[in-house]
Design a protein around this ligand. Structure first.
Ligand code: SF4
Ligand code: SF4
Length: 466
């Protein structure tokens, strides 16, 4: 008897949780096929990039750094300081809108092909599991086996390798946050000098090990907010991993005899057996699906075997299944695209007008003017300079809008790379040239002959001038 696709009772429970609230461990069959091969190639480049990126340096500086502790971020060699947080925030907003737009069009393709959780789980840890424990049936046998020699050796080997990879990921992850120099310092120096760093490595290793050895698909199901939002982001126009129920139903076990009254699905359950999320995609689009493509490959293999066209499960939209409609540019896609273009435009504008040296000049609080020799009037100023570049910068100041002079207090100002400095200076103006109590002045900030910026400030003069 063919099963009805309209039966929605499967949504009442989660495939990985049993009726009595216990975890249903997923023994996914080893996937193979065209998309799995493509994913393996993508994973290779992905891992190369992931593990080498923290080591890439440009002019001695990391190319990428996400130092939340010191609030210092480097993306593609550009350093963002706390003062640049607005630009950083706009960049993040652009990224989020891009992900939303991408999801509206292509569903959770991001999860299957780019998300680190899926890549490491399915393409690294699960492959090791297949290598040591064997395919799903062998994994079940091993699970139910008493603790004999084989089981002890296999379990120890698997978990030791899992732990070592988790340790490697933890170190790499940490180097994205604190940088490779600091990481090597933690490794090289005695533990007592880097307790915090050492504990961080241990904690991250423990977390990654627990996630990949035990928590697994629950991350996508319970923890990941992106997965939860999928329901509101996708619609009938979105291209998702989907089962063509019009072609497949009514499903019936394969018989070599006439199948005219049945659909193409032979209810072989291969698409369910390979699913690492434990779902049956034939029930319709589900929150659990991470677009890992395993069911597409499995079904294509079966279709080939029974001489039917591939693609019973594939990347398609509900509109395509029902009405043979190609992807439409809907008002929703247009709206997200417009918002994205505007945000990216604003981000590029902010980035291109961003100063590498930030200068703030203000009159020293609580001070008026001072009478100096030669009929000169002076004001005392504080200057704060932030150097966001990766080299030291000498700073000189020039008065641009008056005949006065600038007299620095102390020696030449040189701001070290990626640091800030504060100092004081006087502006002296001949008394005869002061015509207002408060005069607006332009101070040019120079590095060598190169003008960095012009900063406005005010100069206080005597109330009675003549
Ligand atoms: S339904 Fe298919 S694409 Fe989705 S998680 Fe399962 S096997 Fe992967
Ligand atoms: S693999 Fe294809 S034919 Fe087999 S049950 Fe799944 S959809 Fe049907």
């Amino acid at each position: 008897m063919a099963k009805s696709i309209k039966d929605d009772t499967f949504r009442d429970s989660v495939s990985t949780i049993s009726k009595d609230g216990k975890r249903n461990w997923i023994y996914a069959q080893k996937p193979k096929g065209r998309l799995q091969n493509a994913r393996t190639i993508v994973t290779f480049f992905y891992l190369v990039i992931f593990f080498t990126l923290p080591f890439i340096r440009v002019n001695g500086e990391p190319y990428f750094l996400f130092n939340v502790l010191e609030r210092r971020f480097i993306f593609f060699g550009v350093t963002f300081w706390p003062q640049d947080f607005f630009i950083f925030g706009i960049g993040m907003l652009a990224f989020i809108v891009f992900i939303v737009l991408f999801t509206v069009v292509f569903g959770r393709v991001f999860c299957g092909w780019v998300c680190p959780q899926t890549i490491f789980m399915e393409m690294v840890f699960r492959k090791i599991e297949y290598w040591i424990d064997g395919d799903a049936p062998k994994q079940r046998i091993l699970k139910n086996m008493p603790w004999n020699r084989e089981k002890i050796i296999k379990r120890s080997a698997k978990h030791l390798i899992f732990f070592l990879i988790a340790f490697l990921i933890a170190n790499t992850f940490l180097s994205y946050i604190i940088g490779t120099d600091k990481l090597f310092q933690i490794i090289a120096e005695p533990i007592s000098q880097n307790i915090g760093g050492f504990l961080s490595i241990l904690i991250f290793t423990g977390i990654f090990y627990a996630v990949y050895a035990w928590f697994r698909e629950q991350v996508c199901l319970i923890v990941c907010p992106y997965g939860r939002l999928q329901g509101v982001m996708t619609d009938k126009n979105s291209i998702l991993v989907a089962y063509n129920y019009l072609r497949g139903e009514p499903r019936e076990k394969y018989k070599k005899t006439e199948r005219k009254e049945f659909g193409d699905c032979i209810d072989c359950m291969q698409c369910v057996k390979v699913c690492p999320m434990g779902i049956d995609i034939r029930n319709g689009t589900q929150l659990e699906c991470t677009s890992c493509n395993a069911c597409i490959d499995a079904c294509d293999f079966i279709m080939e075997k029974i001489n039917l066209p591939k693609g019973l499960i594939g990347y398609t939209s509900e509109n395509n299944i029902v009405n043979r409609e190609k992807l439409k540019i809907t008002p929703r896609i247009m709206a997200y695209s417009t918002v994205l273009v505007l945000i990216v435009g604003f981000f590029v504008l902010l980035l291109s007008t961003r100063q590498d040296i930030d200068t703030t000049i203000f009159r020293t609080p609580g001070m008026l003017y001072q009478k100096q020799e030669n009929n000169m009037i002076s004001n005392l100023y504080n200057i704060k300079i932030i150097n966001k570049t990766s080299k030291s910068v000498p700073i000189t100041l020039k008065l641009e809008s008056s005949n006065g002079t600038i007299k620095m207090i102390g020696k030449e100002v040189i701001i070290g790379k990626e640091s800030k400095a504060e100092t004081e200076f006087f502006i002296l103006i001949p008394k005869d040239e002061i015509i207002d109590r408060k005069t607006v002045l332009n101070v040019g900030v120079y590095s060598g002959d190169k003008k960095i910026e012009t900063v406005k400030t005010t100069f206080l003069g005597p109330i009675t001038l003549n």
